[in-house]
Design a protein around this ligand. Structure first.
Ligand code: 26Q
Length: 798
């Protein structure tokens, strides 16, 4: 949009006065933020209205991304960037002696997600709008987002995230789009007098679902899609709706908190209620919208694509069936045909413990009609497939097994597309994890490698580097991300190396200052900033990183004269509150950090910093300052990873196993510009097949590993009597589930190589440059375009 600085300051001062009756001098950052947010909203409101009208008039096919998590972070600066007025606003505020970055800090992070899956959903929202696709989000408006993390005596403590308490400027409550969602009770099929069976419900609990819409702006293209999040309310009925405090609480619980588990599936009834609540509300609202277009139902899949993001929204399948059967009166065959054509599903994990299975009885009690439909889907599946492929394959793939509803099976059988999130992961789905389904439906399987919202992770997070790019290759990359490859032409240009190094240095200084302010730890921006930021999970092997740190430390203690290139090891990670082993690792990292940071005898050559409360905003501060990107999961375990892409884009060099998207990153940058180590997929499966992994043997044969592991139980690391023992036992007594010891030596040599390469500034800068230049292939714009073309069949419009 066009906006002069003068117009902006005038609008802003008016907004501040109208909203808070305040002048700039008397306003807090929060009041300034709210006013700026409201003004930003006013700037895009006309586009939002006209987008909605155009879509309704043209009846374009739209995609709906159903996700139980969204993780947008802060939206002020990203909305200003999309509107093309970020610079104008910045300089207008400066004229008022205000600083946009300070004001922006007052916005709470919207953290309605745990990690990769939720952040991916938000990167996709950005990319869909930026690539002119009509694509919307559908999810839950949790009153409390992901817990805030604090460390007390080195232990993780969780605090509630009441992100809504100051109000949310971006959302709009849509009272007139509310729908009812029914739970429990009994259901009978009765003849409606016309020979059709219709469900008759008794004792059903009816809840109200209210949507809150947040516009998702495209980059400089006037597109405003919608992320629709649902909140539960107790309906007002004619007979009155008096509920006891307890019953009210039980209802409100449904959209109260995000489950903080990102890997371990827990079969809680409340979680199932959440899943059905947002699925039913979202589908009803799509169904209502479709009916308002006045098209025949057979046209539904030509106007609606529904995406099931992991299995959490898999109830989309039976819920759409319910609407088509019970509300529209379609035959089973017609309803099923429409459902399968409409639905598509993404798998995000191969970890067995994360696969959702719900006790059939629980599903029956909570959702009797859905359960009937699921049973009928299962019955027909068995009847149709058994003659074709025989009973044993059917037995392994059916939805109902051992009195449980298998959600992945439901999602695959009820959709036309199943994809993994990186090449390796998608191949594993086909060949191992979902091989049985691949035999049944080979044409349904495909890969869609993840991507990231490049603009947020460069232009917003890393202004310093962005400026260097502007000066070097011009500004076109800001819109056409592919133009980042123009940087390759400068791979041997020392002047460009120097500029990029200066930008990196400034980002490191900014992070060093933050580390000093928040942790009181002094770190040198001249050191290598070695970064591992992701959820804490055993398979991601933060522990291996810690073992390497201990090895270096022991080395320095034994050889006091030794000089190494100083390193700052930076961690950011939350553990699921119920995940004891992950919490143990947090405690150990914190204690090792205290030990090393406080040891004057190593003259600051190693520092360890575990930043609290890792979230999107902190990622935006850490990533631009990273030299080394740790992507060290056991091969086959990380479906894709996305922080690997963000770090690469910001010029960090990756140290990685051949897991997830690391493989594609290596292919993009070339083996000489990444440090690959460790077991590969084949070798890992070799161990599983032979069942001959022996951690104790590796320990017995490797004196370095002995020294490092012993430090956990011999008092070297203080305050970890219980935790140190737990780690030690997990590796030696319980045989090291994720092969940390097997990969340790290779990891240490990769780390040594990193130090050698870093010592040669030119070599390092060239590698770093090539990482930036090759990052554009991981743009979420590309990823969603592939989803749009191959899976959703939606066209860019607007
Ligand atoms: C399921 C049931 C009950 C409670 C919680 C859950 C649950 C919630 C979140 C299970 C899994 C998740 C999140 C998984 C996740 O974030 N997976 C990551 O997805 C990224 C995007 O595709 C990948 O890059 C990561 O590799 C993958 O770990």
């Amino acid at each position: 949009m066009k906006l002069t600085k003068e117009q902006f300051t005038e609008d802003f001062l008016r907004q501040l006065q109208q909203r808070f009756a305040l002048s700039v001098e008397d306003s807090s950052n929060y009041e300034l933020y709210m006013s700026l947010g409201a003004l930003t909203r006013a700037y895009y409101s006309a586009e939002w209205k006209s987008n909605t009208e155009v879509l309704k008039k043209d009846k374009n096919k739209q995609a709906y991304y159903f996700s139980i998590e969204f993780l947008p972070g802060k939206m002020l600066k990203s909305n200003l960037l999309s509107l093309g007025i970020l610079e104008t606003v910045k300089s207008g505020l400066k004229d008022l002696s205000l600083n946009l970055d300070e004001i922006a800090k007052a916005e709470p992070d919207m953290a309605l997600g745990n990690g990769g899956l939720g952040r991916l959903a938000s990167c996709f929202m950005d990319a869909l709008a930026s690539s002119n696709f009509p694509g919307n989000g559908n999810g839950i408006r949790y009153n409390y987002g992901l817990f805030k993390q604090k460390f007390v005596d080195g232990y993780q403590v969780e605090l509630p995230d009441s992100w809504l308490k100051g109000g949310n400027v971006w959302e709009v409550r849509k009272e007139n789009k509310a729908v009812n969602v029914g739970f429990s009770g009994q259901v009978y099929m009765v003849d409606d007098g016309l020979g059709n069976l219709k469900p008759h419900y008794e004792n059903q609990q009816i809840l109200r679902a209210i949507p809150y819409d947040t516009p998702m702006l495209g980059f400089e293209n006037d597109v405003t899609n919608v992320m629709r999040l649902w909140t539960v309310e107790i309906p007002v009925t004619e007979e009155g709706n008096y509920l006891t405090v307890e019953k009210r609480r039980a209802v409100e619980d449904i959209t109260a908190v995000l489950y903080p588990d990102d890997s371990n599936y827990e079969g809680r009834l409340l979680r199932l209620k959440q899943e059905y609540f947002f699925v039913s509300a979202g589908l009803q609202s799509i169904h209502n919208y479709f009916l308002s277009l006045g098209l025949p139902l057979s046209q539904f899949p030509n106007h609606v694509a529904i995406h099931i993001n992991d299995t959490h929204p898999a109830l989309c399948v039976p819920e759409l069936m319910r609407l088509l059967l019970d509300v529209d009166g379609l035959s089973w065959e017609k309803a099923w045909d429409i459902t399968v054509k409409t639905m598509s599903y993404t798998n995000h994990t191969i970890m067995q413990e994360a696969l959702e299975k719900w006790p059939t009885q629980m599903v029956y009690d909570l959702l009797p009609r859905l359960c009937q439909i699921i049973q009928e889907i299962d019955r027909r599946f068995v009847a149709e497939k058994t003659p074709q492929v025989g009973p044993s394959l059917v037995h392994r793939t059916r939805i109902l097994q051992n009195d449980h509803v298998h959600m992945a099976n439901l999602a695959i059988i009820g959709s036309h597309s199943t994809n993994g999130v990186a090449k390796l992961h998608s191949d594993l789905l086909k060949n191992v994890v979902l091989h049985d389904f691949y035999l049944l439906y080979p044409e349904r399987f495909n890969n869609k490698t993840n991507g990231i919202a490049i603009r947020r992770w460069s232009q917003l997070a890393n202004e310093q580097m962005s400026q260097v790019l502007d000066e070097t290759i011009g500004r076109s990359w800001r819109k056409n991300i592919d133009d980042l490859v123009l940087l390759k032409a400068y791979q041997d240009d020392p002047a460009v190396w120097e500029k990029l190094a200066t930008a990196k240095r400034a980002n490191k200084e900014r992070l060093s200052q933050f580390i000093m302010e928040t942790k009181g730890i002094e770190v040198s921006p001249a050191a290598i900033f070695d970064v591992q930021i992701k959820r804490l999970h055993a398979y991601k092997r933060q522990l291996m990183n810690l073992l390497h740190i201990l090895k270096l430390y022991i080395d320095l203690k034994e050889n006091p004269a030794k000089k190494m290139i100083p390193r700052v090891f930076i961690f950011g990670a939350k553990a699921a509150p119920s995940y004891d082993y992950a919490k143990t690792i947090i405690k150990c990292i914190n204690e090792v950090a205290d030990l090393i940071n406080g040891d004057k005898s190593i003259s600051g050559q190693i520092k360890v910093v575990f930043l609290e409360n890792y979230n999107v905003s902190l990622a935006e501060l850490i990533i631009p300052a990273a030299d080394v990107s740790e992507q060290i999961s056991l091969a086959t375990k990380e479906a894709s990873g996305t922080s690997n892409m963000k770090l690469m884009l910001n010029g960090a060099i990756t140290v990685a196993t051949l897991d997830g998207a690391n493989v594609e990153i290596r292919d993009a940058v070339g083996s000489e510009n990444i440090f690959i180590f460790g077991l590969d997929e084949q070798e890992v499966y070799g161990y599983y097949k032979r069942r001959d992994y022996n951690a104790k043997k590796i320990y017995d044969e490797d004196p370095i590993i002995q020294k490092v592991l012993n430090s956990f139980i011999d008092g070297t690391i203080p305050n970890i009597q219980r935790e140190g023992r737990e780690i030690y036992e997990s590796l030696l007594t319980y045989n090291d589930e994720y092969f940390v010891l097997r990969d340790f030596a290779a990891y240490c040599s990769a780390q040594e190589k990193i130090s050698q390469h870093y010592a040669d500034r030119d070599v390092w800068q060239k590698m770093s440059l090539l990482n930036i230049a090759n990052a554009s292939q991981f743009s979420a714009d590309k990823t969603v375009t592939r989803y749009a073309e191959d899976i959703w069949q939606i066209d860019p419009i607007f």
